[in-house]
Design a protein around this ligand. Structure first.
Ligand SMILES: Nc1nc2c(c(=O)[nH]1)N[C@H]1C(S)=C(S)[C@@H](COP(=O)(O)O)O[C@H]1N2
Ligand SMILES: [Mo]
Length: 202
């Protein structure tokens, strides 16, 4: 096995390490606030806003939905990247078929425990690798990594992947989420190094 430094050089050469990032070989835990504890008998995921049908799923119902596995890299705005992570969950693109979107739906606000939110364009959420993820490396997420469910949006910095997801709100006009209000870039593309907003675009 390559050491961290060798692996970093290899991935940089392969074009897989975005500018200003360093490789980590462990899975860091990072969030604002504390890890929520859920009673899975009462937990639900709900969808609202510009949808054809408002709906919610219990944990048992959610786990009945077909899942896919994706192996991909993630990049945290604080500077670490992790390669070849194996995630499993419901493909977001398939999920929206279950309730239907109004033509006015253009952005998605993910609402998570403790008031954490993050905004993304709908178009991005419909890409190939975007999941409502609940397994990592074949086992359920640990509480600190977002159990039971998180959004998984690997094309963007990892703050766009909301741990402890509770609600998806489909909106017609963009508005900034938690970190986006606090000065992070609205788009957060690691390849463009969109870490912080030069000035607020709102
Ligand atoms: N609910 C919630 N989700 C969150 C955060 C948070 O503070 N709260 N932090 C984000 C940030 S900045 C990162 S880097 C990743 C970290 O995920 P991890 O702890 O599983 O590595 O979670 C993201 N999702
Ligand atoms: Mo982050």
């Amino acid at each position: 096995m390559l050491n961290r430094r060798e692996e970093e050089v290899k991935m940089k050469d392969a074009g897989r390490l975005p500018p200003g990032q360093a490789l980590t070989q462990k899975f860091p835990v990072l969030h604002y606030g504390s890890v929520p504890q859920y009673d899975m008998d009462t937990w639900t995921l709900s969808v609202s806003g510009e949808v054809e049908q408002e709906k919610s799923w219990t944990w048992a119902e959610f786990q009945q939905l077909p899942t896919i596995e994706v192996t991909t890299d993630i990049h945290c705005v604080t500077g670490w990247s992790q390669f070849d992570m194996v995630w499993e969950g419901v493909l977001f693109r398939d999920f929206v078929e279950l309730f239907g979107l109004k033509p006015t739906a253009r952005f998605v606000m993910a609402h998570a425990a403790g008031g954490y939110t993050t905004n993304t364009p709908l178009e991005l959420m419909l890409e190939d690798n975007v999941l409502l993820a609940y397994k990592y490396n074949g086992t359920f997420l640990t509480p600190e990594h977002g159990y039971p469910l998180r959004t998984f949006v690997p094309p963007k910095y990892f703050w766009k992947s909301a741990k402890w997801l509770e609600k998806l709100e489909f909106i017609s006009e963009d508005r900034p989420g938690f970190w986006e209000q606090a000065g992070y870039h609205n788009e957060g593309d690691p390849w463009q190094e969109e870490r912080y907003a030069k000035r607020s675009s709102f």
